[in-house]
Design a protein around this ligand. Structure first.
Ligand code: S3P
Length: 427
């Protein structure tokens, strides 16, 4: 099987293609709701983006600094990535844009992005707590800054780097722990000068401002965060063997694979290669008996979106799995720590939350299941609990399947093709 294109890379490909000179062709783009919102926003600011009949997207970019003021509010739907990256883009243009999104996005913290962008000269007027809707007026002459990100966030890092494209001189981001580096890799792919050096406490990333980005072709690999769902389903369901082709295996994204292997998973990579500056592989996974493990906080950035489905796997394992350093889960599409705990408890799983640590007591057997899960506008909570339902003693129900389309269109058809029985039920 294959899973849809990587969400992080899809947003970045649309943005950088729109800021480059010439026509870029993007294959394998994730055509999920989140990414389509970013495409619409770039279109509203003057780039030309079109999907060919073959599914390849052509983008005619306007060049750095060439975006026009959008007539309408930029509605980023459910997408934190689209929202924060686009704030960085607008910050380096002499335009004003109004940003909003769905109820989930309007609850999420944006000050973490507004703060460094203000230092670069942008002006942001936001609701209480720095929340959407907000208005952002970019800087006519953005200033390069050196910025140490206070929270591990690839979105904040990327927003500053994207704004730095419009600033003269070097913009530097220092991150205490390495987060996904798709922006750094893709900026280079489009011709920017980005250097990364290891520091005693993290990484220093420097972008040379005002480059001429050149149009480039890019093939988006499968999203490891989407692959996580069929992978865990295969591990939990006796007799399973699944091969997922062409998945991105950037080491800053594969913390879940390392953790599952430590738990005893039969999970192997084959056919490893590099394309467009990103490592890719096929993943072969077989049903395995899992044991509980300790997951260190340092690993969290490399598997930040995978905790819902890891917690599901942990519920089936032998013994306790303790996951540390989960503070950021509170500010994702939902409060994921709360949603995981509530959902697992409803399915008969014993667990404890203490500060930013989650401990799940694995029963070495399928949990009861049988619960109705509140998905809280969160696609990954929805998919994680459907996977739990596939392997639990009784099926689970989720209150909203629509959100899955933000990151994994076709999830139900694909899982049913592997033998799942996911179907709509009358409300
Ligand atoms: C993403 C970064 C992460 C991740 C999100 C995608 C990105 O968010 O959770 O799904 O594409 O940069 P944070 O930057 O908030 O950690």
């Amino acid at each position: 099987m294959r899973v849809p294109g990587d969400k992080s890379m899809s947003h970045r490909a649309l943005i950088l293609g729109s800021l480059a000179i010439g026509r870029s062709r993007i294959s394998g783009l994730l055509e999920g709701e989140d990414v389509l919102r970013t495409a619409a926003a770039m279109g509203a600011m003057g780039a030309t983006l079109a999907r060919g009949a073959d599914g390849v997207w052509s983008i005619d970019g306007v060049g750095i600094g060439g975006l026009a003021e959008p007539d309408e509010v930029l509605d980023l739907g459910n997408s934190g990535t689209g929202a924060r990256l686009l704030m960085g883009v607008v910050a380096a243009h002499d335009i004003t844009a109004f940003f909003s999104g769905d109820a989930s996005l309007r609850r999420r913290p944006m000050r973490r992005v507004a703060e460094p962008l203000s230092r670069m000269g942008a002006r942001v007027v936001a609701r209480d707590g720095g929340r959407f809707p907000l208005a952002l007026t970019g800087a006519a002459a953005p200033l390069p800054i050196e910025y140490r990100v206070p929270v591990p966030s690839a979105q904040v890092k990327s927003a500053v780097l994207l704004a730095g494209l419009g600033a003269p001189g070097a913009t530097t981001v220092i991150e205490p722990v390495a987060t996904r580096d798709h922006s750094e890799r893709m900026l280079r792919h489009f011709g920017a000068d980005v250097t990364v050096t290891a520091e005693s406490h993290g990484r220093r990333i420097t972008l040379k401002g005002q480059p001429e980005l050149r149009a480039a072709d890019f093939t988006v690999p499968g999203d490891p965060s989407s692959a996580a769902f069929p992978i865990v389903a295969a591990l939990l369901i006796p007799g399973s063997q699944v091969v997922i082709e062409g998945v991105g295996v950037n080491p800053l994204r594969t913390g879940l694979f390392d953790t599952l292997r430590e738990m005893g998973a039969d999970l192997a990579l084959s056919n490893e290669r590099v394309a467009g500056g990103e490592p890719i592989a096929d993943i072969v996974v077989r049903h395995s008996r899992l044991r509980g493990v300790e997951v260190p906080a340092a690993r969290a950035p490399s598997m930040i979106d995978e905790y819902p489905v890891l917690a599901v796997a942990a519920a089936f394992a032998r013994g306790r799995t303790v996951m540390h350093g989960l503070a950021e889960l509170r500010v994702k599409e939902s409060d994921r720590l709360g949603a995981i705990a509530q959902g697992l408890e409803a399915c008969g799983v014993k667990l404890g939350v203490s500060g930013d640590t989650l401990a799940v007591e694995g029963a070495d057997a399928p949990p009861a299941g049988g619960a109705s899960i509140a998905t809280r506008l969160d696609h990954r909570i929805a998919m994680a609990f459907l996977v739990l339902g596939m392997a639990a003693r009784r099926p689970t129900r989720i209150d909203d399947g629509e959100t899955i389309g933000t990151s994994f269109p076709g999830f139900v058809t694909l899982m049913n093709g592997l033998g799942a029985k996911i179907a709509p039920v009358a409300p």
